[in-house]
Design a protein around this ligand. Sequence first.
Ligand SMILES: [Zn+2]
Length: 280
Amino acid sequence: MSDLWKKYKKYMAAAGISIIVLLALTAFYVRYDYQQYCKEAVPILEYHGIGSADGWMKELFVSKETFETHLQYLHDNGYKMVSVKKMAEMFANGESTEKTIVMTFDDGYLDNYTNVLPLLKKYNATATFFVVHSKIGHYRYMTHDQIQSLIDNGMEIGSHTINHQILTDIDPQYLSWELATSRYFLKKDYNGYVVRSLSYPNGMYNSKILAAVKEYGYYWAVTGNAGTVSKKTMEQKPLELGRIYIDDSNINTFKERLRYSYWVGYLKERGINIHFFKSL
Ligand SMILES: [Zn+2]
């Protein structure tokens, strides 16, 4: 009896140790694999207005001071801040994308010119500005010349459609107007400028919209999904690039969101989709 008991205890101890070793090795491997992924993964930040909301859609605005803390943090941590187009070129050319981050600004608000452009220049950053064509020159939106100035300063202009209609809600016959004509108008307005990037209004799309976006000449499109961009994403799903929504939270929340998006991107790349985190 006691011999059997001793054997049993030995066996259990060995099994326990094996499990612990296996778990430790798995954790070690996942950590290593994650770090390898982070070396190429590129987060895309999603901003709207930078400055005072003045009682206007507060959730879309980040104060100038908060925005500068983001730029300062990224700059101090060795991040290279670029546009969607630049990121795509880096992946296509096989350049290192380690510590690369994409800055995007949706809707074409006036402060993108008055507040954002000087700060981006200060931190040697470029960005993609997604403009709503029908809003150009309207109250609180950038004018034609201000957008031209962004282009002259090396920024990328992308389409955020003509009317900011939710593409999944509109009659399919209007898709060419919102997608193809917005590209055409921007080309005409800005001296032959070729638009290749799109931001879906409210991040909404489906398989039919993806097909139309491709047909109308877009190479890259940003969504409201979580995650980061890798070489594989650029090759397989360039019209469904994930972004990190940035609001006026403090720098610690900013860092958490960044870390979180690398993990979501990593898990997606390994085939694990975390849909329930989408709204974070
Ligand atoms: Zn928008």
